[in-house]
Design a protein around this ligand. Structure first.
Ligand SMILES: CC(C)(COP(=O)(O)OP(=O)(O)OC[C@H]1O[C@@H](n2cnc3c(N)ncnc32)[C@H](O)[C@@H]1OP(=O)(O)O)[C@@H](O)C(=O)NCCC(=O)NCCS
Length: 298
């Protein structure tokens, strides 16, 4: 099913249709992204991941122009009422952000936007699909679970002043294109697949760092931030990355609670828990063999 009929109190029955996003949709999608995230966060007493329309529009502008992302827009009688994205840069696709205009939420549009990207992932032959959702958001948690997503991990979004610690024996430096193969090896060791597409972008943007230990690369981060992921053969690799980060951009870094040693170390170093998130996936999922920090977009 690609169309949906919804009832708005003042307008009566209306049809919602799905279509691919275009760069011209960034303004409308970004406004909705800001309103949708801020609405649910405020209702639960949490800070918004998109506290201003500009932050939403900025992300949508990037995603709608990026060839590695698939996008879908929900339109109701010519007006955009929601959007969703699929990161197709790696073998495991990543969903989000998905947002629906608060005036028409809970009428089935979110389900259509999710089904659309799941159909796309299947058509593209993705081995699996992942996402992160705010644990306080009972609606998105339930929607994803009803669509087959399984809870894989719970992570704490952590924020605070730079720690300014170095881990003896673990050097951190900017990543270069020549590091790609060694970094992909670490990611394959930890997750069973690489995330080369995201890493290549981050190296080009200058945000990626590598960890060297014993004369070789044992970890990397695309950014020590809400929108960056990191992997390490051991927890020490990630302590090195986090310890030397100048800031934690966006809402914070995402620390898996099952990595008790890393979570305790972050707390000891004065990082605070902002909120919890749930990592969910459908299809191929390998239990991480090493240490990792997911990105909010997976
Ligand atoms: C999350 C969001 C995209 C969902 O879109 P939506 O159009 O409101 O959702 P839908 O109406 O399609 O689906 C909601 C589903 O959750 C179910 N649901 C809602 N609250 C529930 C609860 N507390 N317990 C169980 N099920 C619940 C509904 O019954 C429905 O299930 P169904 O499709 O199987 O009938 C939308 O609410 C939104 O934009 N929220 C703010 C931004 C956000 O949080 N985005 C997601 C980030 S992870």
């Amino acid at each position: 099913m690609s169309d949906l009929s919804i009832e708005r109190p003042e307008d009566g029955p209306m049809t919602v249709a799905m279509r691919p996003g275009t760069p011209e949709d960034a303004e409308a999608c970004g406004q909705i992204c800001h309103r949708a995230f801020t609405g649910v966060a405020t209702a639960h007493g949490y800070p918004s991941d998109f506290p201003s329309p500009e932050i939403g529009i900025g992300l949508m502008t990037m995603l709608l122009a990026h060839p590695g992302f698939y996008s879908v827009v929900a339109e109701c009688e010519g007006t955009i009422v929601g959007s969703n994205f699929l990161d197709e840069r790696s073998s495991i696709a990543g969903v989000g952000p998905i947002t629906v205009d608060p005036t028409v939420q809970e009428s089935g549009i979110g389900r259509l936007l999710m089904q659309n990207v799941l159909d796309r992932a299947a058509a593209q032959g993705a081995a699996g699909v992942r996402l992160l959702q705010s644990a306080y958001n009972t609606r998105s948690l339930s929607l994803y679970a009803r669509m087959g997503f399984q809870v894989r991990d719970v992570v704490a979004c952590m924020q605070g002043p730079p720690i300014g610690a170095t881990i003896p024996g673990y050097g951190v430096r900017s990543a270069a294109e020549a590091d790609l193969a060694a970094c992909n090896d670490v990611c394959r060791y930890v997750h069973g697949h690489d995330r080369s597409g995201e890493l290549r972008d981050a190296i080009a943007q200058g945000s990626a760092v590598v960890v060297e230990h014993g004369g070789r690369i044992t970890g990397y981060a695309t950014a020590t931030a809400f929108f960056g992921h990191a992997v390490g053969e051991t927890t020490e690799d990630l302590k090195a990355v986090i310890g030397e980060a100048q800031s934690f951009e966006g809402s914070g870094i995402l620390v898996p609670l099952r990595n008790s040693a890393l979570f305790a170390w972050c707390l000891q170093n004065r990082l605070r828990v902002v909120f919890l998130m749930t990592l969910m996936s459908v299809g191929l999922y390998n239990e991480p063999a090493g240490a990792y920090l997911p990105s909010v977009l997976y």
